[in-house]
Design a protein around this ligand. Structure first.
Ligand SMILES: N[C@@H](CCC(=O)N[C@@H](CS)C(=O)NCC(=O)O)C(=O)O
Length: 324
């Protein structure tokens, strides 16, 4: 696929315009690249945002499962899929460089990111990393702090632990590399090449694709996939762009990707009480496994009904448009 297609006809940036969204609620967690992407965009444009691990509501959970991100502007219907959120932000009057970009071209760019994600995400847990993975979940934060969110996050940690485990098993059984660093390098080189010719991924100005790709940098740098660091640092144009992104969002927390350019940076974690609630729930879920398991299985069944679950974009692209 030609990544430059999406960067045609990009309008110049106009940021910090007044928004009709007073405040938005974002369902998702710190380590998700798709959540990070949209949070970075909201932060850049100054849209106040509460981030929580609690699904939008119970009815939502029953029908859509636990997939995030989900964006809920005050008093409006929830939006699923981060790229739909970028479009919605543009409708709000922010210029994310998507004006005139075809949905099919955007879908291709998202699919390229998803293909990279489906590889490196499997490296977040696995032999030797399982405890680190759960500890990573315990260190994430609700913004603002919310005990209900910490309880939900502990359950989500079990869900994603199983999802990655399942993904690794399926790949292994197909005889494919589970976490293929060579493939990762081939994927990331394409973004580096693009950035050799232009300052921003979106084109002449910072925009949706910059936030989206930076979301992935954020996820990769949460401490669970550090074997990617040397590969990423070999991409000089990409590293310069990471520096520009960090400079564009100086107060953003947590800026995990800063680790790529500053060796001294340490990540912040949630408070003691927050972590206590997480661990109590996490062990509680294990103690109550006969109850936890049906809940987990239900979430796995419902994910198929959520058009934004992991891998859905690439599948949609492979299948082509629905018949008229
Ligand atoms: N296309 C979606 C991808 C969202 C996604 O893959 N979310 C992951 C978390 S990082 C998820 O919730 N996966 C759960 C599942 O697939 O069951 C987007 O851009 O928002």
């Amino acid at each position: 696929m030609d990544l430059t297609k999406v960067t045609r006809g990009i309008a110049p940036m106009t940021s910090n315009q007044p928004t009709r969204w007073d405040i938005v609620k974002l369902y998702g967690v710190d380590h998700s690249p798709w959540v990070q992407g949209i949070r970075l965009a909201l932060s850049y444009y100054g849209v106040p945002c509460r981030t929580t691990s609690l699904p939008v509501n119970w009815r939502w959970w029953f029908s859509q499962g636990v997939t995030f991100p989900v964006l809920q502007p005050d008093g409006q219907a929830p939006i699923v899929d981060s790229f739909a959120m970028y479009r919605a932000l543009e409708i709000q009057g922010f210029s994310l460089g998507l004006d005139g970009v075809l949905d099919t071209d955007l879908l291709e760019a998202q699919s390229a990111m998803e293909s990279m994600f489906s590889n490196y995400a499997l490296g977040r847990s696995g032999p030797g990393k399982r405890w680190a993975f759960i500890r990573g979940w315990s260190n994430m934060r609700e913004r603002p702090m919310h005990f209900g969110g910490s309880v939900a996050r502990a359950f989500l940690a079990h869900y994603f632990f199983c999802l990655i485990g399942l993904g690794r098993t399926i790949r292994g059984q197909k005889g494919r590399y589970v976490y293929d660093l060579d493939k990762f390098e081939r994927d990331i080189v394409r973004w580096d090449r693009l950035l050799q010719n232009q300052e921003w991924v979106t084109g002449r100005a910072i925009g949706a694709l910059d936030f989206a790709l930076m979301g992935h940098m954020q996820c990769m740098m949460t401490g669970l996939t550090d074997e990617l660091i040397p590969i990423l640092r070999r991409q000089s144009a990409l590293m310069e762009w990471v520096g520009r992104m960090c400079a564009a969002l100086p107060d953003y927390e947590p800026m995990y990707a800063r680790r790529l350019i500053e060796d001294t940076w340490h990540q912040t974690t949630g408070g003691g009480l927050d972590r206590g609630v997480f661990w109590l729930t996490w062990f509680g879920c294990i103690a109550a496994w006969p109850v936890t398991l049906p809940f987990l299985l239900y979430c796995f069944v419902r994910r198929a009904y959520n058009p934004a679950h992991s891998g859905a974009v690439s599948r949609r692209l492979r299948r082509g448009p629905p018949p008229l």
